[in-house]
Write a protein that binds this ligand. Structure first.
Ligand code: GLP
Length: 241
């Protein structure tokens, strides 16, 4: 596990984008696992800048996203489909047919989880999985619990996650109560993992993930068992370490 401490969110984002850019440069037809939330927005902005400067080509890249809210249509501004198009897909030369997310509009949880898991596996191995960390230590939408889920599944979101994510919605009541998420097994099968963490409200979750016991109570702690993890965290997120 490599831990890179940065002075700011901006520096974190630049360093993360450099790592992703190196993967795309070395393997133009790579498969990227992508994340949503406020943590990776700066990373996507930096990737867009590199593309606009002519330094990056996404035409052969395939992407699979970690998660999606159950019940939100694609055109809903809070859907992760909308987010990915807004911050990355519509700004670079990626082939939209090679970008995949769980389908939030499929309300049949078992069917959608099985479909997405089979799809991700059929596409091959994720070369680099980008992750953020939830305030309660979640990765993707793998919430704290008594076991690690292997494959894609439907999650009942924790109150603390609904509370943390309500800033993007009109009220907590508007935050969907369920989501589809890749499982811990799906994430751990990626060749490389890149975790970006910013802000004081993540400091405890980051400390617990790096130094606490490896436990499903802190889903991020499982990353210690992965052979190629890079964590880029700003000073605020590292403040308890
Ligand atoms: C969200 C997402 C995660 C994300 C995390 C942190 O609920 N499902 O993939 O990493 O919570 O979000 P943020 O970066 O906005 O703090």
């Amino acid at each position: 596990m490599r831990i890179i401490k940065t002075k700011s969110y901006e520096e974190m984002s630049k360093k993360a984008a450099n790592i992703i850019a190196s993967v795309v440069t070395l393997k133009p037809d790579c498969m990227l696992g992508l994340a949503t939330g406020s943590s990776p927005i700066g990373t996507y902005d930096e990737l867009v800048k590199k593309y606009e400067a002519g330094d990056l080509d996404f035409s052969e890249v395939t992407t699979v996203n970690l998660d999606e809210y159950k019940g939100l249509p694609k055109e809903n501004e809070q859907s992760y489909y909308y987010f990915m198009h807004e911050y990355l897909f519509d700004k670079v030369n990626i082939n939209p047919e090679k970008t995949y997310l769980p389908d939030g509009t499929n309300l049949n949880s078992e069917e959608e989880a099985a479909r997405y898991e089979a799809l991700v596996q059929s596409l091959g191995t994720v070369d680099l999985q980008l992750l953020g960390l939830g305030r309660n230590g979640h990765i993707g939408f793998n919430e704290p619990g008594d076991h690690f889920e292997d494959g894609t599944h439907c999650v009942d979101l924790k109150e603390s996650t609904i509370e943390a994510n309500k800033r993007f919605f009109e009220s907590a009541d508007d935050v969907p109560k369920q989501a589809y998420s890749m499982g811990i097994g799906t994430i751990m099968r990626s060749k490389k993992i890149l975790l970006v963490v910013s802000g004081e409200e993540k400091a405890q979750a980051l400390k617990d993930s790096i130094y606490g016991p490896v436990t499903p109570e802190v889903p991020g702690s499982i990353l210690r068992f992965h052979p190629d993890v890079t964590i880029i965290a700003d000073e605020a997120a590292m403040s308890l370490i």
